[in-house]
Ligand binder design. Structure first.
Ligand code: G3P
Ligand code: MG
Length: 380
């Protein structure tokens, strides 16, 4: 079935970027023209479903490169997903989509965790979720990080039903390359966990909820008492997302609700936590900063003076997403220069615009979104 394109209000007019002074204009005149717009692509439900490209994503991305294969239009991926380091995700995406993606073009839900390094660099922390959560945190520079798989494995019977899950124990130890006979890498029996990080969608909800409750209500030492709740961070708060299965899947936000409801029933004070990811406005601010750097590198202009930063302001930044309450709400809250485009390939499937968070434009696929952007920007 083919839906029509829906605009929010009347079709937007092209606006001309105003230079703040003639001096800047004259400085820029001799340089190659910079793109006055950039694009942030959501991944799940827009570019991929599971590991399969959708909506004409490979050919749409190719349009953003010049004939020689160099990047012409600044773009990045802005996903609430994750679980592997950005460098690895970039090469996975390059293989799946057939274009050269740089690690700097991949912003995952957990990417801002780097900003917590100062606070937890030498503290014992645990990380959970699909993929390689401990590796992600180690690559950010955290020195004492254990996956929840490894951490839980040091505590006999911490998961009372583990014997019914042969795969978990085996997988944890294969992954960590350790054996049951070895002593823990850190003194988990006396060293309190200072923070727990949910990096990506948890694999074993039951075990993770149990062990996180143990850590959080004991002050970082399971089975002990007394101690303030360690910090708890979620990379995102998506209730649902689009994966390979035709219907929406429960995301990290659903896991957070489950953990919080249980914790608040068994503990005297309410769970304290911080969630990152879209729709938080700082995610969009950060994306804008990265897009500026990519914009500069598109023009071999890596050394940017303070005056030039003024000239690097984007006229428009497009957010192409499938989830109204995450992608569209986020772009709307971020305000100028964000322009939101909602596709019908993921969480959102309606004919008309979303009622609560209407996008600036609704299209069927990412291919249609890129087509719209390129003709609007005169790059068709
Ligand atoms: O687990 C991934 C999901 O929550 C959302 O990913 O790319 O749609 O932001 P994305
Ligand atoms: Mg999505």
């Amino acid at each position: 079935m083919r839906f029509r394109t829906v605009f929010r209000g009347s079709p937007p007019l092209l606006l001309f970027q105003s230079q703040s002074s003639w001096r800047f204009f004259s400085q820029l005149r001799s340089r190659p023209e910079r793109s006055s717009f950039g694009i942030a692509f959501d991944i799940d439900g827009v570019i991929l479903r599971g590991r399969v490209p959708i909506g004409g994503s490979p050919q749409s991305l190719r349009r953003l490169y010049g004939d020689s294969g160099t990047l012409k239009i600044p773009f990045l991926f802005l996903t609430n997903g994750g679980g592997i380091p950005e460098s690895r995700r970039a090469s996975e995406l390059s293989n799946l989509l057939g274009v050269k993606i740089l690690p700097s073009q991949v912003v995952q839900g957990h990417s801002p965790f780097k900003g917590l390094l100062k606070r937890f660099e030498n503290e014992l922390i645990v990380a959970t979720g699909k993929g390689e959560p401990a590796l992600v945190m180690s690559e950010y520079g955290f020195k004492k990080v254990l996956s929840l798989d490894e951490y839980a494995a040091y505590f006999d019977n911490i998961d009372p039903v583990s014997q019914y899950k042969n795969w978990t124990t085996e997988q944890a130890f294969n992954r960590c390359n350790i054996s049951m006979d070895l002593v823990p890498r850190y003194n988990v029996f006396s060293d309190r966990v200072k923070a727990a990080f949910v990096i990506s969608d948890p694999v074993d909800w039951g075990r993770d909820i149990q062990v996180l409750c143990d850590i959080l209500r004991s002050g970082g030492l399971p089975a002990e008492n007394n101690g303030h709740q360690p910090a708890l961070y979620f990379a995102a708060d998506d209730l649902e997302y689009q994966a390979a299965f035709p219907a929406k899947r429960l995301g990290m936000g659903a896991f957070r609700i489950a953990l919080e409801s249980i914790f608040n029933r068994i503990h005297h004070s309410a769970l304290e936590y911080t969630s990152f990811g879209k729709p938080n406005p700082f995610v969009f601010k950060n994306a804008e900063t990265i897009l500026r750097q990519i914009q500069a590198s598109c023009h071999d202009d890596n050394v940017i003076g303070i005056e030039d930063m003024v000239s690097l302001d984007f006229k428009t930044l497009y957010m192409i997403g499938d989830n109204p309450v995450v992608d569209i709400k986020g772009a709307q809250q971020a305000g100028h220069p964000w322009f939101s485009i909602l596709t019908r390939t993921g969480v959102f499937r309606e004919k008309e615009n979303h009622a609560e968070f209407p996008a600036d434009l609704v299209v069927d696929t990412v291919e249609e979104a890129v087509e719209y952007i390129m003709s609007r920007e005169g790059n068709a």
